[in-house]
Design a protein around this ligand. Sequence first.
Ligand code: FES
Length: 782
Amino acid sequence: MNNASLTTNAAACPFGHGRGAAGQTPTGCPVSPRAANFDPFSDGYQQDPPEYVRWAREQEPVFYNPAMGYWVVTRYDSIKAIFRDNIAFSPSIALEKITPTGDEANAVLASYSYGMGRTLVNEDEPTHMARRRVLMDPFTPGELTQHEPVVRKLAREYVDRFIDDGKADLVDQMLWEVPLTVALHFLGVPEEDMDTLREYSIAHTVNTWGRPRPDEQVAVAHAVGKFWQFAGKVLDKMRLDPSGPGWMKYGIRKQAEYPDVVTDSYLHSMMMAGIVAAHETTANGTANALKLLLQHPRAWREICDDPGLIPNAVDECLRHNGSVAAWRRLATRDVTIEGVDIPAGARLLIVTSSANHDERHFPDADLFDIRRDNAGEHLTFGYGSHQCMGKNLARMEMQIFLEEFTRRLPHMTLSEQTFSYVPNTSFRGPEHLLVQWDPARNPERANRALLDARVPVRIGEPARHAITRPVRVASVTPVAEGVVKLRFTALDGAALPRWTPGAHIDIECGAPALIRQYSLCGDPDDASALEITVLCEPEGRGGSAWIHAHLRAGDMVHIRGPRNHFRMDESAPRAIFIAGGIGITPIGAMARRARALGMAYELHYSGRSRKTMAFLAELAQLHGERLHVHAGDEGRRNDLPALLANPEPGTQIYACGPVGMLRALQDCCAAWPGDALRTEHFIATATVLDPAKEHAFELELRDSGRVVGVRADQTVLAALRAAGVEVRSDCEEGLCGSCEVQVLAGQVDHRDVVLTRAEREASVKMMACCSRAAGKKLVLAL
Ligand code: FES
């Protein structure tokens, strides 16, 4: 193993060489060479962390790195699960120095009485939630709007300083200072102390997450010590008059009410940590975002033309290239992640930037797509009870900065440069960002009114309807009786996102309120177009009839997605695909994928008659004897009980078609393993809520420590939204799976058609739009 490149707190290699997986490497060490060579201070990691660990995400999602003494976790679901369980995965090491300081630097810190204690970032329960609840109010949307004028004023003033120069280093001349000033305002730091605190803040990052050389450690320690002492003095000054705005002043006032929760040393530590948390992540995040947008001129042009796209673009920037690359956790008990056993006491580096590029969660994950439907699900702000409290302040600042730049400098481009990063494992952003433009073309020279134009900011996650994607109908082709295939292309002919079999898109059928989901068909790797098939159902809910009556080649239509709630398990050895009628759309794409993977499979396709069944010739050519056609008018019905008479462990059944067929399948699969059958429905089976037959119940929101009542005439989703808790949704009929929430306790009355039988029985998740509590209370991970 190579452990020469790091000064570390490395634990001994936990594996017994020569046993178990021995032989995996030439030395007999079961840690693979790539895992052993992982170095988060290397240029590769610093430049592009998700790319640096791509191999791990794809092949070795959890690995041990002996040089650091850390287990490294790289996939989305695992990392989200780690964030969610803050008991098994303690945040207590989140701020531990990744490179321990030497004796001399420690002595320097001690000489300043440096006593950084636990903060909201790294403390365990029950202390953490008690403090979080007490200190949360200044982060609510209503409170945050008060800071908008300060951010706008600063953004304008700083751009004024260089707008006529034709070039700037945006980090040096704006992005480092403005978020720091905003952070200090947010904390309530007096103006006269801001400059000194600005000076000290960077030392804290290097001290905690960086790898200073021994000679640098002493200088860093002096700066950190001074930062600590000065933060204490500023806090003392605030205590003299804690009235007025500012989070620290709020904390001082709360201390009077809850002296055991908000202690002196806690306030001192939070003062220092708060400055760094609110400052660096936003400064780096904005620099990363501008770099990314200017590297993608089409996206930059789009947000210049339509500032309404900025909120989603901000979240896509945070996903694709956020300012937080990784966090750390300590396993408090033996755990298994992705099949890898990890002992109690193990240290984990959870690479959130890698999770944000996980294809299993973000289709076409490497694509920078400002219209990405689930961009807001990135883990850059963490997740669960330790999710960044300042996330919406950061979002607001980034929106205002982008709005200022797109309005005043739409002609700005990146200058030729090599990007460098402050070496550390967790926070990342370029040290400089050189840009240029022609001042003669500054729009405000011709139109001064532009200076005062304002686009309202959105506090919180991007809005649902801000993220539609206009596409052109390239062709409408009849493919069976009453069935047309529609091919959509980008307006400018550019690539569209790739998708995975089972994925669907939403289509606005003539009005923003009439949104319908249609599964994708065709080739998922063909980025030139997206294709759907639509059966005209005059008695349906209006979507298909509108499409058949109105959409013609050349028309423009708004779509969202692609998104996939009907995924194939590509590791299963065998699959049975069952389609009824238009259900062939997702099922056909899955069977094509199974064929490409070399999986054992069979495809059963039923319809009233061959003339009503789309793609028959194409399917026969592709699947040969594996295709079984069941045309009703030929007397060849699919005998489901016979087909599924013998449960086959390891075989997955995927089905899409009419409700009657899917119900029959559920009966036929009663003896199969609980998660063998996966279905996609066309229409909901949940009935309209009848308050006379329902009961009211309570939701305990474990992460935010709140209790929300759900009335008998209200859905869980509606109750959560009324309480200001954001939960995504699409169909709101239990069909699509987008409103899934995690259930920690309580029995669920499942009414969706998304979950498998095994998932229902486990009762660890539910669809908030339709499912309810079977009893008086549910505890949710929100
Ligand atoms: Fe589609 Fe709830 S929003 S299942």
